[in-house]
Design a protein around this ligand. Sequence first.
Ligand code: AMP
Ligand code: MG
Length: 487
Amino acid sequence: MSIAPAPAVTLGNRFARELPEMAVPWQAAEPPEPRLLVLDEPLAGELGLDPAWLRGPDGVRLLVGAAVPGGATPVAQAYAGHQFGGFVPRLGDGRALLLGELVDGGGRVLDLHLKGSGRTPFARGGDGLAAVGPMLREYVVSRAMHALGIPTTRSLAVVATGRTVRRETPLPGAVLARVAGSHLRVGSFQYARATGDADLLRRLADHAIDRHHRPAAGAERPYLALFEAVVAAQAALVARWMLVGFVHGVMNTDNMTISGETIDYGPCAFMEAFDPAAVYSSIDHGGRYAYGNQPAVAEWNLARLAESLLPLLDDDQERAVALATESLGGFRTRFDAALSSGRRAKLGLPGGLADAVVGPLVEELLALLHAGRVDHTSFFRALAVAARGDAGPARRLFTDSAAVGDWLARWLALGPDADAMDRVNPVYIPRNHLVEDALAAAAEDDLEELRRLLGAVTAPFDERTGLERYAAPAPPDFGDYRTFCGT
Ligand code: AMP
Ligand code: MG
């Protein structure tokens, strides 16, 4: 493979230098016919990359890893992970590469990473490849999440490779170029811990503190402070998912970041009819990663992080366990507080109302939404209309509008602020049927529907005429939606 320099970009190799035991230098497979499908131009701008250059041949070569900037050391990262509760000591980037770190306009260090760039030593039985559909899906959903203000890895571009990927049927291949605060995961710490190398674990923790949680460095117990910072970031993140009806779908510990960014948009989906048991992944038979289980799973994953960090917390292991247990207890408190204030905001409630008033009001509403199988996203926008004086649209979402009438009267008496509600309740989310339609058209080389969908979901709070279709739930004949992993 020929490696042409990409003079317009400088990438660091800090992860590769500081943690060589977890970084296997590797090269991307050269795509036969790379063709740029989508590029997030505003993100390119934030990164100081010229979108016109990225669209050109040298830019596209960078986006698939065929051109490696001077100084960069692309690596496959090692990590472990609990997958559906079972520990796998060696997962790692089987089809991905960390190209290196770049610095954005605000001085933030970010990873530039590729997915679908060919087999690596971590590929096990996999082919190292990704198909256009799932990579465009990650592109759309991560852009929507960012626009919703939810911490997430970002998608810079999807490039079709011109290679055929064999799944159940032959599919066109693609590489996703992804940008993230970092790709450090709970599974990274599990890997370091499992090696038994205490120095590696400490270097990994120092690296994580420096990249994500700097105040921890000055704490009395820096590694406990790191753990607490991750607990806080994940509690805030999962509360945001719950508030917008996002179901991640595969919350394995290798898919949970140390930064608190959402990562790995495999079998994720946005819930329509409100249901704590909502599951979309075809392989999640037990509902382990159901909508309503997400906080408990996050807490479980954080316990695995705590176990990995134990040797750094205290020389006395009993004391270390006691410290970690106490800090993990902060998850529930923080999550509950974030969820509760987020729900107050969704309902447009004025500050200062007692929990004794708001708590039962919220619980009754959720029970009504669940019983009526009401579309979660539409409901909160209709509720703002009710706050402005027309309760019709909200009532019509329920078959039994008498019960909701009583609830609406009590809520209206609290004086909700409709404009504040519209600032936190999205009109447009990447609804599953719309994403599927856009991907089906893209598979036929028609990207127009994808562009329209992106237009809607990248300005999610801003209702626009002509986009009604993007605000409505799936037609009944769409049926039970299923998503697939490992695509
Ligand atoms: P994921 O389900 O995407 O989080 O991936 C779980 C693990 O499987 C990671 O170690 C991936 O690198 C690996 N993996 C997934 N798909 C492939 C593939 N097509 N080829 C090689 N490794 C893969
Ligand atoms: Mg993963």
